[in-house]
Design a protein around this ligand. Structure first.
Ligand SMILES: [Zn+2]
Length: 214
């Protein structure tokens, strides 16, 4: 699965009214849930409408600068940019100046998080956040309830926090070697294709080796 960030422009965000910048890297990532009913895997347009509804509620009824969260993750695994990495979230009272806030769409007292959403969150925190220097390498990944009197992010998502603390496994990589010739790092699929290609014109006494590399 390839992950990507869905920009504010792509989901049709309103402009934000005000902002306070974060200093990086942040030492905390807080996990929230939207808690506006059970929400499953839906097409892009439905996910985008959910995110717009959160923004409208936070900017309208609540009168806030913008949707409160840094990012939202749909059960489909889509990751939406709300305040993003650089603006303080407004979702975790007392901690907004030193955290990013990730909201899972759905209600995790009533439903379980999907593998797609959990893995997208791991990618967001560890590959993107740490990779870009926005999140500290030793950052804590916590639930909203760890620092506030709230059920957020729901029992089922709270139980998944140990998994969210772990980076995604890196895909295994291989090189194919024949005598002096050697490929660059390849996925297993591409490496096997190369073995088949080279095997077609393999001379007697020569060997092709497939090596796993770290
Ligand atoms: Zn929350």
């Amino acid at each position: 699965m390839a992950y990507s960030l869905i920009s504010r422009k792509e989901w049709g965000a309103r402009d934000y009214r005000c902002a306070t910048l974060l200093s990086h890297p942040v030492p905390n990532v807080f996990i929230h849930h939207a808690a506006s009913g059970v929400y499953g895997v839906h097409p892009f347009e439905d996910d985008a409408a959910q995110v717009r509804a959160i923004q409208n509620y936070h900017m309208g009824s609540r009168g806030w600068c913008d949707a409160a969260y840094s990012f939202a993750i749909a059960p489909s695994g889509r990751v939406f940019v709300l305040r993003g990495w650089d603006r303080q979230p407004g979702a975790t009272r007392g901690w907004n100046h030193k955290s990013v806030a990730v909201c899972f769409l759905g209600d995790y007292n009533q439903q379980s998080p999907t593998t797609a959403a959990l893995n997208a969150c791991r990618w967001l925190i560890h590959d993107k956040g740490k990779g870009l220097g926005k999140v500290a390498n030793d950052a804590k990944v916590l639930g909203h309830r760890d620092v506030g009197s709230t059920a957020c992010p729901g029992n089922n998502l709270y139980d998944a926090l140990p998994l969210l603390r772990k980076p995604l496994a890196k895909p295994k990589q291989f090189v194919v070697v024949k005598g002096e010739r050697k490929t660059k790092r390849l996925s297993l699929k591409k490496a096997l294709a190369k073995v088949r290609e080279w095997a077609k014109k393999l001379r007697k006494g020569k060997v092709i080796r497939l090596r796993r590399v770290r």
